[in-house]
Design a protein around this ligand. Structure first.
Ligand code: MEV
Length: 319
């Protein structure tokens, strides 16, 4: 039985501070929410009978570079099927309106955020409350189609109002006390996470010892960062971020455009900078302690090729 005319679902972007890629193999990662980049989905019933289907998707946000839910997206169809199976929702056509300001293909979690917003909109529309675990499993259904072997960090982080520590499918809230600004800069080079994950896997297959080194180094940096984040040691956190970037670069996951942005941020006074997410393009994050340096770092990033920047305060999260 359907009780609502419209269901609403929301999610937001995320940024990985430490541990991307290693997290796919069971190592830890730390991610923070980026609430100012978000997606809202409105779901309405469409055809009264027939198979579960997306009858229409209206992309409300102008521009082609934003995260989108494509009507023909196999992940979306898998998600709808899985939702109806899990909740015994009556099969119907669904009209989705997607309003997303998260750029796609740049490591900010647009695919997971869109899938999460769809799941929550369906839950609202069909009046089927779903718990955290089921929401995770449903979003992962779509993410598996988009990414192949998603760790789940994006799935959780795009719904968490606070920073998280994530490892092997389990997330913990992380209290961070860092009074600084995280500048997020889009290199303008987009790359599907799937491609970067596959490239690293091929490298590991060819040289299994390199996998051990990568996972050990990434885990060491991520673990060390927890105490510095908790105690507000911005300089240490920044250095660990730059070290994490160097590790990812050594494993072929950066790009010339990304390295240019990291260099520009560091030479203008950022405490640290790194690629964030899948890499091979995408976004760079730079941690800036002094408020009066933020403008200079933002300008340097644009001069070095950034096509967009966002500023995220790293203090004041609450769940
Ligand atoms: C993508 O945001 C993060 C990766 O580690 C992939 C994943 O965790 O599924 C590259």
């Amino acid at each position: 039985m359907t009780t609502r005319e419209v269901g609403i679902g929301r999610a937001h972007a995320k940024s990985i501070l430490f541990g991307e890629h290693a997290v796919v193999y069971g190592a830890p990662a730390i991610a923070i929410p980026i609430p100012q980049l978000s997606v809202m989905v409105q779901a309405r019933h469409s055809e009264p009978h027939g198979d579960v289907q997306v009858t229409d998707v209206v992309q409300a946000t102008a521009g082609s570079g934003w995260g989108r839910v494509d009507q023909t997206d196999p992940g979306l169809h898998m998600l709808l099927g899985a939702f109806c199976l899990a909740t015994a929702a009556e099969a119907r056509g669904v009209h989705l309106r997607v309003d997303c300001t998260i750029p796609a293909g740049c490591g900010l979690g647009s695919s997971a955020a869109c899938a999460r917003a769809v799941v929550l909109a369906l839950s609202d529309l069909f009046d089927r409350p779903i718990d955290t675990r089921l929401a995770f499993d449903l979003v992962q259904t779509a993410e598996r189609v988009a990414h192949g072997s998603p760790s789940g960090v994006d799935t959780v982080a795009t719904g968490s109002p606070v920073p998280i520590w994530f490892q092997s499918g389990t997330a913990k809230e992380l209290t961070i006390d860092v009074d600084a600004t995280l500048v997020v800069a889009d290199s303008g080079v987009s790359c599907a996470t799937k491609v970067a994950v596959r490239q690293l896997r091929e490298r590991f297959d060819a040289d299994p010892a390199s996998k051990t080194r990568f996972l050990e180094d990434s885990s060491r940096l991520t673990t060390a960062a927890v105490e510095d984040l908790t105690r507000g040691r911005v300089g240490n956190v920044g250095q660990l971020m730059t070290d994490n970037h160097d590790l990812l670069r050594q494993f072929g996951l950066s790009a010339a455009e990304v390295d240019r942005l990291v260099c520009a941020a560091l030479t203008t006074g950022a405490a640290g900078a790194k690629l964030s997410g899948g890499g091979l393009g995408g976004c760079v994050i730079a941690l800036v302690e002094e408020t009066d340096r933020v403008e200079a770092v933002v300008s340097a990033l644009h001069a070095a090729g950034a096509v967009a920047t966002w500023r995220v305060r790293t203090a004041g999260y609450s769940s």
